[in-house]
Design a protein. Sequence first.
Length: 113
Amino acid sequence: MTEKTTTAADTDQEAAKNPNETVVALDYPLKRGSKQVHEIVVRKPRAGALRGVSLTDVLQMEVTALNKVLPRITDPALSETELRDIDPADLFQLGGAVTGFLLPRKYREEASE
């Protein structure tokens, strides 16, 4: 079995294929046993994934709100323990991916121009 190496071009192509997902390359990979996780896929949250949190808190990237939402919308799924130990720069990147999905389409299109 061969491992697939993901390049920035591959990531850009995947994002173009599915606008409901964002791939976040971690600055500091997570350790899971003997393996390391270098990338996290963040899916666009549905209303159910946002239950129990304030949208304002998510948009402000409030850590407690992100810790509730991210395990529901990441692949591989992040645990609460991993989120407590994640580097702040990586948490910021993951939070940015989530908040990007919450913006109305009009604002996302303006931002991409």
